[in-house]
Structures are given as structure tokens and as C-alpha cells.
Design a protein around this ligand. Sequence first.
Ligand SMILES: [Zn+2]
Length: 301
Amino acid sequence: MTPAPRVRARRRRRRSALVVAPLLVVAAGVSAFVALENLAPPTVRSFVLSVGASVLGEPSDAPTSPGPGTPAPSPTSEAPTSTVTPTDTPADEPTVDAPDPTPSGRGYDVDSPDSITVVVNKLRPLSPLEHRPDDLVPVSGAAVTMRAEAADALAELRADAQEDGNPMAVHSAMRSYQEQRTTFEGWVAQMGREQAERSSARAGFSEHQTGLAVDVVATGDTCGVMSCFGETDASAWLVANAHRYGFVVRFDGAHEEWTGYKAEPWHLRYVGVEVATAVHEAGGPSLEEYFGLEPAPDYAD
Ligand SMILES: [Zn+2]
């Protein structure tokens, strides 16, 4: 026998209640968990996140160790201490390196025969007249000698000149008192005393006797002798560069009233880089002018 429709309906409602009740319990539990999670204090959450990051190897805000060579900061090295004191020397006081203000020599030794800045001319003979340097050495590639410092500088000059396409040979360098006397008398015999005095020095009055002078010729040019050296590229190179090696072109032809000699573009005189550079930057005055000495156009007698 089939039950009446009203009875079937009551049975369906009873089964639905049995399914819904457990679902409500689960929903209530999830809500409670979410509520607890939201109530966790921020500090606790940060700590948990930080620990998690460190474990994962992610960068943290912790200071890193300095790299090699980086000095570790220390409290004493950062701030200036009270040991800073005013300087003892006012800026406008002359320093110990300033040139001697006396007019003669600018603080350089222009008198001693062994000084690299000695000035020898027709009024300033070597003293003693027969002076001979004691540090002469062979000049590289030539059968002559110079003082060691000048010989080294000349070797450097010639190497660089050659690299720039201006090779030079050494014609003459150190000449002793006796050799200078022979040289001078040879010129007198050849051209007469008056002309010889303008191009050669008496014994005891020559820069060649100091071991600091050298005569050069151009070997990479059509001119290989001294008489036409002034027209060579090598001569122009010397005018522009000799000071960098401590040499001056001593007799440029524009200062004969000071030096007593006509142009000798082949004659180099070693005075050291400091003086040579200062002379070059001053426009190439004679050594007499640069050092505040009197002109020496002729001998006293
Ligand atoms: Zn010379």
C-alpha cells in the first residue's frame, strides 16, 4: 500500500536536518580560527615573517660585514678630535724653497766651478782657470766625456729626439784647459783674433771646460755639420724640447750683447731641468739675464 502524499513530505524534511547540522558546526569552527588569526598582535606577526625570511635566505636588514680593505668604522676615527690646532706658519710667509731674493743667481750657485748652474762667460772665468771636473764619464756613442749627470740627460734627450725622427750625433763635449787653448788658437790662426773671439772661448773661459756643454750635429738631415745645424728639424726640436732634459740652447744669436757669442744652435748647456724649464718659460733669456748677472759682451782686457 502506498503512503499518503503528506506523510512522504515529512520524511524529506527530517533527512535534510540531519545533513545541515554538521555543516553549521564546521562553519562555526572556521569563523573562530579566522577571528583568532586577525587578533594576533602586529609584533608577533613581524617576528614570524622575519624568521621566515631568514630561513628562506632572503635579504634582511641586518648590517653586512665590510668588504676586504674597508676599514672598520670606529668611534675614534670618525669625528675630528680636539687635537686640531691652528697652523704655525701663516700662508703668506715665504717658504724655505723660495729662491734667494738676491739679484745675483736667484739662489743658485753660479760661481762654484762644480755647480751645475755655474755661469761661465768672458767676464766670469772658471776659478781656478785650469779647473777640471772629477765626475767625467764617457758619452754614449761618442769618444768624448761629460759630467755624469749631464751625460745621462744627454743620452735621454738623444733617444727621444731619435724617436721623434731627429737623430743627433755628438761632435764635442768636455774640453780641458789645454784642449781649449789649442782649439781657440786654431780658430785665431784660421779667422783672426777678432772673429775667433765671437765663436770660441779662451782657455779657462769656456763652458766646455765645465763638462756641462755639448755640441751636436743632425744625422738624419741633409745637413750633417754645425754650420747649417740651425736650419735642421733637429735644431727646432732642441729649441722646443731641450729644457725637458735640463739643457738650454746657450747661444741663440739674439743675446750676443749678453753672452759675447753669436748664434750657436748646436751648443747645449746642461743646467738641470728646473732652471732650463724656467728659462724656457721665461721666453729664453740668456743665463746672464735669468740669473741677474752683468752682460759679458767682451773680455775685460
Ligand atoms: Zn760648444
